[in-house]
Design a protein around this ligand. Structure first.
Ligand SMILES: Cc1cc2nc3c(=O)[nH]c(=O)nc-3n(C[C@H](O)[C@H](O)[C@H](O)COP(=O)(O)OP(=O)(O)OC[C@H]3O[C@@H](n4cnc5c(N)ncnc54)[C@H](O)[C@@H]3O)c2cc1C
Length: 445
């Protein structure tokens, strides 16, 4: 009898596994349950739909259900929600929303990829109709016409992380009056505060009313009440963080890990035999600190799912953990980070120093040269690079990938200085800013 794999969740964490399973195992039956209306889409593109830079929402869909059916023989069941998992019986209780019925589905392997959900501030008024989560393609469908008509209206964004910054850019692009509320003194709390300050300043320069060091206390029609006073609001976009959708797994008795995400080992195995997890619902390990970690990023979801798929198909693969390498932009300002920031390095027990240099995105004399700041977080004594942050003009932030490679390879600043990086005046100075930062860090020791 053919074995059956049941996948719960039809986005990256679930569906990236499919081709890997199939590459190793033609015989296994694959059933994919997705409670929503879409499979394999780029939520990352949503801010650019809202800004109007991307017109066609459906272009964000990488693979539709029919493609999985035709190419990989997957029985994709849309609007089917896994309501409960019984590990003893090895069954999933499925709610079929289309036909208003419930049934049980047996499994030999189960891949839980339920993703993450927006975290809503625990304040009155969050359920008002002008308050929106920005998480799924359905949210984007609902918000596209609202954002297109937002010129001159008052938009309040709650949260100043990656999503909040991207939404602020989108709504500025639309010509809205944008206010952004963040509990920290600077936006982008994943950066050290002084680098976050560069972003806060740029947002204010672009006309965003960045209300920092403040929390939302209540929302009522037309107004968001913050601890710094009331702000007018025709539209509220929530970007106050996400939490892993791990309740289904927890109720089944699976072990949870960092941030209550589903605990997995290096092969994406959960605490139960034959049950796997990948993507935003599952925990990971930080490659520098070695500590349990949960970061919800599309890059990780795809890789973890690939690893799960290879293993489920009978192969062998491991996921080595994450650096949390991430990138975004606000207008012309690019922002990126990888590894540990100063506070994280100290929290992980490292004796670390931080070195910051100012450079330009191209040779200083080349037309259009933009300032950029590079921060290197380095272990004292060994000189090993632990983390980096970059904020600057066009072409600045993707340099973080050089730093991510260096951290992964365990390179010290002495090693980095010797890297043979590319140079011509339109791209960099003769010493690339990453090398300049490494040189400066060598002096600090
Ligand atoms: C606006 C936005 C911008 C982003 N930008 C970036 C970026 O620039 N770079 C980056 O790396 N990452 C970015 N991300 C994060 C990235 O989109 C996620 O990490 C990625 O989508 C995770 O994929 P996933 O499959 O694990 O989870 P999800 O995308 O959350 O998918 C989980 C799926 O499971 C389904 N599901 C949940 N529970 C059940 C159930 N019980 N039964 C059946 N189905 C269920 C859900 O309907 C959903 O379709 C962004 C996210 C958002 C929202």
């Amino acid at each position: 009898v053919a074995q059956r794999l049941v996948i719960v969740g039809g986005d990256a964490g679930g569906m990236a596994a499919v081709s890997q399973v199939r590459a190793n195992n033609d015989a296994i039956e694959i059933v994919a349950l997705e409670k929503g209306h879409w499979t394999s889409y780029s939520a990352c593109g949503i801010p650019y739909v809202l800004s109007g830079e991307v017109d066609d929402i459906e272009s964000l869909v990488a693979r539709r259900p029919q493609e999985f059916r035709d190419r990989h023989g997957v029985d994709v069941r849309m609007r089917h929600e896994a309501a409960a998992i019984n590990l003893d019986e090895r069954t999933v209780e499925v709610r079929d929303h289309g036909h208003d019925r419930t049934y049980r589905l047996g499994f030999d392997h189960l891949l839980i990829a339920t993703g993450a959900a927006a975290q809503r501030p625990a304040v009155e008024g969050c359920n008002l109709p002008f308050v929106h989560d920005v998480r799924t393609l359905d949210h984007a469908v609902a918000l596209q016409p609202v954002s297109a008509a937002s010129m001159g209206t008052n938009v309040v964004i709650v949260g100043g992380g990656y999503l909040g910054v991207e939404l602020a850019e989108a709504m500025v692009h639309r010509g809205a009056n944008v206010a952004l509320v963040d509990r920290n003194l600077e936006v982008m709390k994943s950066l050290d505060p002084d680098l976050g300050a560069i972003v806060t300043k740029e947002m204010r320069h672009a006309g965003v009313n960045a209300i920092t060091g403040a929390v939302v206390e209540a929302i009522e029609p037309g107004t968001v009440h913050t601890s710094s006073g009331p702000v007018s609001a025709d539209l509220v976009l929530l970007a106050a963080g996400v939490k892993p959708n791990s309740a289904l797994a927890e109720a089944a008795g699976l072990r949870l890990g960092a941030a209550d995400a589903i605990w997995v080992d290096r092969r994406q195995r959960t605490s139960a035999e034959g049950v796997w997890s990948a993507g935003d619902c599952s925990a990971s390990v930080h490659r520098v600190s070695g500590r349990p970690m949960w970061i919800a990023l599309g890059t990780h979801a795809n890789k973890q799912s690939r690893v799960a798929g290879i293993n489920i198909g009978g192969g062998y693969a491991t996921f080595p953990g994450v650096l949390g390498t991430a990138i975004t932009r606000f207008g012309d300002l690019e922002i990126s980070r990888t590894g540990l920031n100063q506070a994280e390095a100290a929290g992980a027990g490292f004796d670390a120093t931080a070195t910051t240099i100012e450079a330009t995105t191209t040779a200083g004399y080349y037309p259009g040269a933009q300032p950029m700041t590079v921060r290197a977080v380095v272990e004292r004594g060994s000189g090993r690079l632990l983390g980096a942050q970059i904020v600057g003009g066009a072409g600045a932030a993707k340099r973080i990938d050089t730093c991510a490679v260096a951290i992964t390879a365990g390179m010290t600043v002495n090693d980095i200085v010797d890297l043979d990086l590319a140079y011509a005046p339109p791209f960099a100075g003769v010493w690339d800013p990453v090398l300049v930062a490494a040189r400066a860090a060598m002096k600090v020791g």
